[in-house]
Design a protein. Sequence first.
Length: 332
Amino acid sequence: MKRAMLFGYYGYDNLGDELLCEESIRLLKEARFDRIYLLLKRDKVRDFSQPQIVPIDRFNPFKILMAIAKSDVIVCGGGGILQDQTSVKSLLYYASIVLTSLMFRKPVLLLANSLGPLKHKLSKCVVRFLLSKKNVFFIARDEVSYRYARIVGAKNASLGTDLAIGAIERLPNCEKQKKISLCLKSELKLDIVIETAKLYGFETILVPLSPQDRPACEKMARKYGLSISNESMKEILRSSLVVSQRFHGCLLACLVGSPFVSLNSSKSRRFFERYFPKYEGFCAKEDPTQIALAIAKLSNSRLESGRMIEDFKKMRDDVIALLKTLTKRKRG
């Protein structure tokens, strides 16, 4: 029986992270793993039910140790967990899982992860130490993370893409509407944005991608008389344009051909410049005038995601081959 332990920022109802979780599970099942120990937020463990999956409280050290001991490989599925912008504490939590796995002599696959920002000296030392281990396999989501990994001496680093691209095969068919989805997590002045949208014939709607986004969206809804969508995924897929402070809002739009305006997100720029080097939808500052100008420029454009999808398929095949090698090596 092949077993894996899967961890990430799962169980918090963040649309992007839940997509990463789903695709990680799907990939591990394709690699013929019979049991997957999945680390989740405590209140999600009891209600989680899926064949082959054993949910575990992500803050229960004993159960995590047992899962590591029983597993053939430890997988971090997607996202930007190796960063200290959220907090150093968060980075140390994930690093402790990797270090414990290495102590148990388990191979660790950091699958489609990004690195940074790393502002603190301790964070940089920790990440450098982890990547230097021969039993850590790092597949970078973007070229900047890949280059950084090579610079700091990563033993096993390669370039992949984002796991959520795999969702393209299961996205519902949604008829396009003259709408702009505003995927915002903090308050912005929207007067000129809404007026520009109206000028180009667009309706605007607020689309929170996480429970953390809802308070800010509710304040803006009251202030500007906007609606809030309760169907985040479908709303993005049927929108003609997406304005987002979150990376996966931009990615979902791109997968169905819709242009996006990315707000003050280094993650988005790092990822998408590889596919759209001259794209005009990146706003370095959350300036309403800059957002309105980007909407005007992109209102009639369409994006092609074919290259992204091909990169995902290649990464998927490479990961399945790597997992087979790692489990054979472990059992041998």
